[in-house]
Design a protein around this ligand. Sequence first.
Ligand SMILES: [Zn+2]
Length: 90
Amino acid sequence: MTERAKRAARIRDARNNREEVRAPSGSRKNTRKWCRGVVGRQHEPEIRDYAEYKKVSPRIFSGWRVVICKNCGKELEMCYGRAPKRFFAS
Ligand SMILES: [Zn+2]
């Protein structure tokens, strides 16, 4: 590293001391597992027709389904034919 680069890095470090800036990992909400990142709240799965949901050609995506969450709209899974039972176990 050149002296110039070292100095630039030091200045950058000195500037980057804002505490409200969150780290990109670790504290982020887990929306894959929990609905809207609220720990303990499960997504509410609902089956939709993929072509209709995505506004794509029904001819090409015939038979495809998408499992979305009723509450947050997250796409949980795409599947062909029947949706996996694990979403609707209860
Ligand atoms: Zn959800």
